[in-house]
Design a protein. Structure first.
Length: 402
């Protein structure tokens, strides 16, 4: 080859290489794999309003191209929506998924002092893309609403289920076989304990269904418990699901309480003390006793009616078959005329005295041993308090009121 030909051949080769490199750089982005979004779960601490006591959570999706973070929040409802109160009472509430910029969604929590932390998840790129697409589709107005249930289908279980679908069921497989012995009742009482009225409402209103031990999967209805479950979960190849955690907002309000089961003996001591006072006052101050007993029977009648109506006419399954109906008995409505008669100095009827014995006997049925019950209800402390009072009030009243 002549020197001139060699130079031309080398120049042609260099031009071809340069053209190839330029062509490779000019390949349209659509033909290459797009970077996957980063997925995390944001857990918010408890608040002071009663519906905030259980905390909250959401799924955050970070766009790899812009860094924008979108929070998918399943906890939105509209108090001013037509029929909301009626559906709330019936257990047929409608909640919705709303997608918001993360900082916008966190603004409220920052203002009221509720903390927030994010757990970034180690998902495969395909899983992350699919989850992001599913959440965006779910957040469309025509898909966003869902039938809310406090324990089985709430803002936390929706997050749990979305993550589990993305993981091909790995989260459920990890958590479903484990149990800490906690129940819907124990968790509800623990988180409601800073508000005594809320504690009482849960403890009186929940029936035996709320006392079944839950798996760690079922405990995912509590956002903080779900966060614990994510920390325990590993991918199929052994990698931890949680790749990293970060605090987004400090918790300035009190943290979640620890909680403990009520001890029966203090309740029994109070019940016996009140029963003794009833027996002492029966022969000495029947009118004062009738006034106090009337208030007690009114409270029993009102609470018992709420429990009975909740069982018969609502979808709040956690209230059904409530054994506290034997203690807070709606039949107490029938005792109020007798209490009024005694207050006016009249003799109580034989039917009034018989009904007192019936209420005491029904209250005693609540003592049916737990091991004889198909679905045990943990209401021993209420039995210890109220059974002595019902029994003491069942004693024969004076046949002539002074």
């Amino acid at each position: 080859m002549r020197p001139a030909d060699a130079v031309r051949w080398l120049a042609g080769l260099l031009l071809a290489l340069a053209a190839g490199i330029a062509h490779a750089q000019a390949v349209p982005p659509a033909t290459t794999a797009a970077a996957a979004p980063r997925i995390g779960m944001v857990t918010m601490g408890p608040g002071e309003i009663f519906w905030e006591r259980f905390g909250h959570d959401a799924i955050v999706v970070e766009d790899p191209a812009t860094g924008a973070r979108t929070n998918y929040n399943f906890g939105f409802f509209d108090l001013e929506e037509a029929g909301f109160l009626g559906r709330f009472v019936q257990g047929r509430m409608q909640y919705m998924l709303v997608a918001l910029p993360l900082e916008q969604d966190l603004a409220y929590y920052r203002d009221v002092g509720r903390g927030a932390a994010v757990q970034w998840l180690d998902l495969d790129p395909a899983q992350a893309r699919q989850l992001a697409a599913d959440l965006a589709e779910n957040a469309r107005p025509e898909n966003a609403r869902y039938r809310y249930d406090y324990y089985t289908d709430n803002c936390a279980t929706r997050v749990r289920d979305a993550l589990d679908r993305a993981l091909g069921g790995q989260l459920q497989r990890t958590l479903v076989g484990r149990s800490s012995g906690d129940t819907w009742r124990s968790e509800s009482l623990r988180l409601a304990s800073p508000a005594p009225w809320m504690w009482l409402a849960f403890d009186i209103g929940l029936g035996p269904r709320a006392d079944r031990p839950l798996s760690r999967w079922q405990l995912g209805f509590i956002p903080s418990r779900l966060a614990e479950g994510l920390r325990e979960t590993r991918r199929a190849d052994g990698r931890p699901l949680v790749a990293g955690e970060a605090v987004l907002l400090p918790q300035r309000l009190p943290p979640e309480p620890v909680g403990s089961a009520p001890r029966i003996w203090p309740w029994w001591l109070v019940g016996m003390a009140i029963a003794g006072l009833v027996l002492w006052a029966g022969g000495r101050h029947p009118r004062a006793l009738a006034a106090a007993a009337g208030m007690f029977w009114l409270a029993c009648a009102v609470l018992g009616s709420v429990l009975a109506l909740g069982w018969a006419f609502t979808d709040h399954q956690a209230m059904w078959a409530n054994r506290n109906l034997l203690l807070f008995n709606p039949l107490a409505w029938l005792l109020l005329p007798g209490a009024w008669s005694i207050l006016r100095g009249r003799t109580p009827s034989a039917r009034f005295r018989a009904l007192l014995v019936v209420l005491a006997a029904l209250a005693a049925l609540a003592c049916l041993p737990l091991w004889l019950q198909a679905l045990p209800q943990r209401n021993g402390h209420w039995i210890a308090l109220l059974l002595p009072i019902h029994a003491a009030l069942a004693r024969p009243w004076p046949r002539r009121a002074p």
